[in-house]
Every structure is written in structure tokens, then in C-alpha cells.
Design a protein around this ligand. Structure first.
Ligand SMILES: [Zn+2]
Length: 276
């Protein structure tokens, strides 16, 4: 499932490909994928020019001129790509936007359909812009703000997954950051010692930064906006490594369901003193 580094990679590439480019004809195959001003999407997108493409949490934002915004939620299997318009569209391509004076188009493809598209005009009456309720960005936080977020009794893994507490982390990068920081995923956030909290804060930023550099993690569906696979999956230390020896202590990596998600951790490196 695409998380912050994957969305960042896609947004950076799209910004490079699309800035200053005007949209042409729109083909919307599944109307139910679009929220907000869905009625005007196909009629008012053609002729609009891309100002910039950015990211917020795990979402990709295309800012347009005249003023409007397209927001993409990638969900489990969402892909946003710029491809030759002649390339066959399979049945999972729900939206295609032709680029003006160009033989390529922007496509949103989503096999499982947990993703979504929000279109919002500047004078929109729609209250849902696809960005509501998102917490702060993990790479823009300072330690004091992170300590404030951690001042809750919830288990740290569940808290980090909560997009309203901190936006952009999913299963992969939570597990990797908790491992790097040697923090057990079930420990209540408010019980973290100051030193653990500091380590976790630094680990989250370090793991995300390295993953962005590597173009994200491809496990199955994720591709960059140019159709490439990411490389960070080769650097996963615990995620997807159940039963393998820990690279630090050789204990066997375990997997448990936490907050409804499978969690990978080293029972020795991430032990809770007095419990394990
Ligand atoms: Zn270990």
C-alpha cells in the first residue's frame, strides 16, 4: 500500500512531467471513484493548466489554473501514471486525462478500488476536499511536537498508523521505524521514555528520507509515475521478514496482528523491559 515515500515519489515525478502542461479530453469510466465537484470534472478539466503537483500525507495533489484542485488517494493499489495515449487501457484505469499538444495522458488505475479522486473548484460548495482530518507531516515536525502527539495512552503502532495523529505513515514505515528505534509496537505511547521517543522521532524521519531517496517500496502494485518499481523494499529490516533472523541480534523476526494490521518486529531488539 502506497505510503508517504511512494506518494512523494509520484508527486515529484508528476510535478516534473506536468508543470505548465494543459489538460485535454477527460475519460471517466467510474464516476463513483470521484468525490466533490464530480459533475464538472469532465467538462471543466480540459483547458486547465497544471500549476504544481504536491503531496499531503499519502495523497497526491494536482493544483490547477484556473484555480481548482485534484486530489488522489491511492488506497491499496492506486497508481497514477503518465503514459503514451496509445497504450492499451485495461479495465482498472478509471480516469484518463489527455495532455494537450502531447501524445501522452495521465491515468489513474486502481485494481482494488480503495482509492479515490477528489475534484474541487475554487468556489466549491462541496465540504469534502479529500484532505480533511489529516494530522501533521512527519518530516515537518520537531521533537517537541512529536512528544505532544505521543502524549496519549494508545499503543504506539496504532497511534502512528492513525492519519489524524500524524499523516503519511502506514504499515511498512511504522514497522521499520519502530525496529530502528528499538521500540516495541505495543507499548503505550505515553509510556515511552524521553530517550525512546527521541530515537523513534529520528528513526521515522530517517526511514522516510531514505525511502524517498530509493523511490519508495514496491511489494506488488506500487509503481512510480513513470512506471518504475521502487527500491526501498531491498532495505526492509523487519517488514515482510517473518521467520528470518534479525540483522542486529539474530533472533527470529515475529509477526502479530496489531490495530488490524500485521506487524513485524524483533522480539529481542524491541523487547519491553520486564514484560518479555
Ligand atoms: Zn533483533
Amino acid at each position: 500500500m502506497p505510503e508517504l515515500p511512494e506518494a512523494e515519489t509520484i508527486a515529484t515525478q508528476l510535478n516534473h512531467c506536468l508543470s505548465g502542461v494543459s489538460f485535454g479530453r477527460v475519460i471517466l469510466r467510474r464516476r463513483e471513484m470521484v468525490h466533490g465537484d464530480r459533475r464538472s470534472l469532465t467538462s471543466t478539466l480540459p483547458g486547465r493548466r497544471v500549476r504544481q503537483v504536491t503531496r499531503r500525507g499519502k495523497r497526491v495533489l494536482i493544483e490547477l489554473h484556473p484555480k481548482a484542485m485534484l486530489v488522489f488517494r491511492l488506497g491499496m493499489t492506486g497508481q497514477i501514471m503518465v503514459t503514451p495515449a496509445t497504450k492499451l487501457r485495461d479495465r482498472h484505469v478509471h480516469l484518463s486525462i489527455k495532455l494537450q499538444d502531447d501524445d501522452r495522458e495521465l491515468r489513474f488505475r486502481d485494481v482494488r478500488r480503495f482509492g479515490g479522486i477528489w475534484f474541487r473548484e475554487a468556489d466549491s460548495q462541496a465540504d469534502d476536499d479529500g484532505l480533511g482530518g489529516l494530522g501533521p507531516e512527519p518530516l515537518e515536525l520537531d521533537l517537541a511536537q512529536f512528544a505532544e502527539i505521543c502524549n496519549r495512552a494508545r499503543q504506539i503502532k496504532a497511534l502512528l498508523l492513525d492519519q489524524s495523529a500524524i499523516a503519511g505513515l502506514g504499515n511498512i514505515y511504522c514497522d521499520e521505524a519502530l525496529f530502528q528505534a528499538k521500540v516495541h509496537p505495543l507499548i503505550p505511547a505515553s509510556e515511552l521514555k524521553a530517550s525512546q521517543r527521541r530515537r523513534l522521532f529520528r528513526s521515522i524521519q530517517a526511514v522516510l528520507t531514505r525511502a524517498i531517496k530509493a523511490g519508495g517500496s514496491t511489494l506488488r502494485d506500487y509503481r512510480t509515475a513513470t512506471g518504475q518499481e521502487g527500491n526501498f523494499q531491498n532495505e526492509h529490516r523487519v517488514y515482510g521478514r517473518t521467520g528470518e533472523p534479525c540483522g542486529r541480534c539474530k533472533a527470529v523476526i515475529e509477526r502479530q496482528i496489531i490495530a488490524g494490521r500485521s506487524t513485524h518486529f524483533c522480539p529481542l531488539c524491541q523487547a519491553v523491559p520486564g514484560v518479555v
